[in-house]
Design a protein around this ligand. Structure first.
Ligand code: NAD
Length: 535
């Protein structure tokens, strides 16, 4: 196995070797390595998945749900080993692996087992009076073989949640995990061990180039979770073949704190929202905007709380039995970036209240709180994606909203106030896919709520009914008994034109009984005319 550079252990190793090396972020020890897939591997994965699709599409929703319940049971039974695997490749706190990775997967399966049949059944919709005698409905049909590409921060959650959703909607899947946290063999083990339908999911391991080669196979849809930069590249490539894409990208989430809050609870919320998963969460609280009246008290409370965190940078090498708050950072390049952003802020005069450094050469970064920041600092404009929270002051509600909306991103946000009218007003005005009021990251706790972003955070939604519909080919059907000719069919005549013109005046210009009688009268005149003129 070739030796990789320490800064990019997940990337291609020595020239020509093609090896991807996976390391334990806690120790930097090599766990295993593997080669990029051959063209034949990629072709075979798509062939298997496409053949499986022919079976999946014919299964009832209940049958597909039944398959996913096998996965739920297996994951539940083996959750400790799965947590272990996730921690080994991500370095995250054990609790984060249990709650944010494993729980999310159990929850989505449970949720769709109760709702998918309802969300995917044919949906009757109203038919306008002008189309009298017909009925209209919407069908949610499977799309085909879809491609799911995941990042490294939640390698289990962001693999299985989209895969389960796509499968329940009737699709087969080709899945590419991140080269940094491939959890190699785990998905296959869960499929085989649980007895889940064979070949409905094919996994291909590799880096970005492999991702590009997978898109060349023209999947029916791509769900991509990752950076905004890669999302744009993927959309550009997908556009060449008009492949629909759903992009779940980066974030720079604001938390707006008004002066009527319980400062202790708000500081505890900000701390968890900013530091859980070591801040490597697309919906991390990164910018806390605090009313000037309570700014100093809030900063003092948050500094004190962060001081109580049990984190990897303080006890490097200590075991985590589920009792460590903040773990290691997963990717070496990310810890470098976090350090750069903190140093940039420090050099430009920011106050670092706590943290601000990594522990030696390790991948542990001390939880960091920064105030006295301004827009010239990269930590304010760029996604930090690490255990760093900045605090800024605002004076008025309008100013808070404008600061929150100044970001190019729009993934998630939080608004804290005891004045519920104000909190809801601000929540509705913030440009973001998700907002939690008097909480943080809470929308993700409810599988019924669609998840996704706006602006540079991407588009498309999964979770909830939208998730299943996003993986469906949406077909509109109208059923006519087939008994009569339509009034608007040929021939077109001047007389017919005038009757239709009067009908439009009635339909869209009148209301109540007058409208109804007008439509009936106009319809009868048109019927009589059409009978006379029929070809
Ligand atoms: P990344 O974009 O570097 O990589 C993500 C995945 O895409 C990897 O599997 C990678 O191999 C693949 N990839 C990269 N470029 C590609 C290309 N041109 N074609 C095909 N595949 C390609 O992201 P990352 O560093 O792994 O993850 C961190 C980012 O993910 C952060 O910006 C974070 O905010 C974002 N994220 C978003 C969400 C969300 O739901 N919105 C969730 C988690 C993470």
């Amino acid at each position: 196995m070739a030796q990789a550079s320490l800064l990019s252990p997940g990337q291609v190793a020595a020239p020509g070797s093609g090896d991807i090396v996976v390391r334990d972020p806690r120790t930097r020890q090599t766990l295993y390595s593997f080669a990029e897939p051959s063209d034949a591997d990629i072709d075979a994965a798509f062939t298997r998945a496409r053949q499986a699709f022919e079976k999946v599409r014919k299964m009832s929703v209940a049958e597909r749900v039944g398959e996913t319940l096998k996965i739920r049971d297996y994951v539940l039974k083996h959750k400790e080993q799965i947590v272990e695997r996730i921690v080994q490749e991500t370095g995250k706190a054990r609790m984060d692996a249990l709650l944010a990775d494993v729980r999310a997967v159990l929850e989505i399966i449970d949720f769709y087992s109760k709702t998918a049949e309802k969300y995917l059944r044919d949906e009757k919709v109203p038919t306008p009076i002008i189309l009298q005698g017909k009925k209209s409905y919407i069908r949610y049909e499977p799309m085909g073989t879809v491609l799911i590409i995941s990042p490294w921060n939640f390698p289990f959650n962001l693999a299985f949640v989209p895969m389960i959703t796509a499968f329940v909607a009737g699709n087969s899947i080709v899945f590419k995990p991140s080269e940094w946290t491939p959890l190699k063999g785990l998905v296959e083990e869960i499929i085989a061990g649980s007895g889940f339908m064979k070949d409905a999911i094919s996994v291909i391991y590799g880096g970005k180039e492999t991702g590009r080669r997978l898109i060349e196979q023209r999947p029916a849809k791509i769900l991509f979770t990752g950076s905004t930069r890669a999302g744009k590249q993927i959309m550009e490539q997908a556009a060449k073949n008009l492949i629909p894409v759903e992009l779940e990208l980066g974030g720079k989430d604001p938390m707006v704190v008004f002066d009527d809050v319980d400062i202790d609870r708000a500081a505890a919320g900000a701390m968890w929202g900013g530091m859980m998963n070591c801040g490597q969460t697309c919906t991390s609280i990164e910018r806390v905007l605090v009313h000037e009246r309570i700014h100093d008290d809030f900063v003092a409370a948050l500094t004190a709380k962060i001081g109580t965190l049990d984190h990897a940078a303080a006890r490097e090498g200590a075991p985590d039995a589920g009792d460590q708050d903040v773990g290691h950072m997963t990717a070496p390049f990310q810890i470098e970036k976090v350090q750069e952003l903190v140093e940039d802020a420090r050099a430009k005069g920011a106050t670092i209240h706590t943290g601000g450094t990594r522990a030696g050469e390790s991948q542990a970064f001390a939880p960091t709180l920064i105030s006295n920041v301004n827009n010239s600092m990269r930590v304010i404009s760029e996604e930090t994606f690490g255990p760093v929270i900045t605090v800024e002051k605002f004076r008025t509600e309008d100013e808070a909203v404008s600061m929150a909306n100044s970001s190019p991103y729009g993934l998630s946000a939080a608004v804290w106030s005891k004045d519920m009218d104000r909190a809801e007003r601000v929540a509705r005005t913030i440009e973001s896919g998700n907002v939690s009021i008097n909480n943080v990251l809470a929308t993700q706790g409810n599988a019924a709520l669609p998840f996704g972003g706006t602006k540079e955070s991407g588009f498309g939604r999964y979770y909830g009914a939208h998730g299943l519909h996003g993986f469906s080919h949406i077909k509109s059907i109208i059923v006519d008994s087939g008994s009569k000719h339509e009034l608007h069919w040929f021939p077109y005549t001047k007389e017919k034109y005038e009757l239709f013109s009067q009908l439009l005046d009635t339909m869209y210009g009148k209301t109540g009984v007058g409208r109804l009688l007008g439509i009936i009268r106009g319809g009868m005149k048109l019927e009589a005319l059409a009978k006379k003129q029929r070809r």
